[in-house]
Design a protein around this ligand. Structure first.
Ligand code: ADP
Length: 183
């Protein structure tokens, strides 16, 4: 059984990673699929996010990372997936996720949505929260993989946390913006 784990992942957090690792034990293959959403202004490009996720999941043999646009169920059909994997944190997640699951069921009733409850330690964690902390100079080392934290600090280079001096002249793989982008 192939599962698609769709989302924005802007950027991937330890909460996402926890869902991916647990999904890997339940399904033969997990495809982490970054949604290309022209209506959002992300901090990282789709390609940057794909690279961050690939690096974070390199020890998991049954994970693939891809991107898609349009309807998730269409993408799932193309990839031969029978499951959409989603994570649930708080009650407010549930309302939105349930609506999406019902909608997707009306579009293709062969594709099931499977929810994994967040692990306790990540129940508060979201990509937006991570960006908000970093934007104001806080440390996010405990919330995202180390290489993602460095990517974020480069984005908000003006507000590097004192506890995280990074070598700013080390040439990054991609050209990161140094201006604040919308969270
Ligand atoms: P989206 O824009 O689709 O919500 P996200 O990247 O924010 O994309 O989230 C993708 C999925 O991961 C969603 O199902 C979300 O509920 C889940 N998720 C996000 N953060 C966590 C977390 N800390 N613990 C468990 N699930 C999470």
């Amino acid at each position: 059984m192939i599962a698609i784990y769709p989302g924005s992942f802007d950027p991937i957090t330890l909460g996402h990673l926890d869902i991916i690792k647990r999904g890997c034990r339940l399904f033969d293959d997990v495809i982490v699929a970054v949604l290309r959403n022209p209506n959002k202004t992300p901090l990282f490009t789709v390609q940057e996010r794909i690279e961050q996720i690939r690096l974070s999941t390199r020890s998991l043999p049954n994970v693939e990372v891809d991107s898609f646009d349009g309807l998730t169920v269409n993408y799932a059909r193309i990839r031969g997936a029978g499951v959409l994997l989603r994570g649930l944190r708080v009650l407010s997640d549930f309302e939105h996720e349930l609506q999406m699951a019902h909608t997707n069921k009306t579009l293709d009733d062969r594709i099931e949505t499977v929810f994994l409850a967040t692990s306790n330690e990540y129940s508060f964690l979201s990509s937006s929260l991570v960006k908000e902390i970093a934007r104001f100079g806080g440390s996010v080392d405990h919330l995202v993989p180390q290489h993602v934290a460095l990517d974020i600090y480069r984005c908000y280079a003006k507000n590097l946390p004192a506890s995280n001096p990074i070598v700013m002249d080390a040439s990054p793989k991609v050209n990161y913006p140094t201006v604040d982008r919308e969270v």
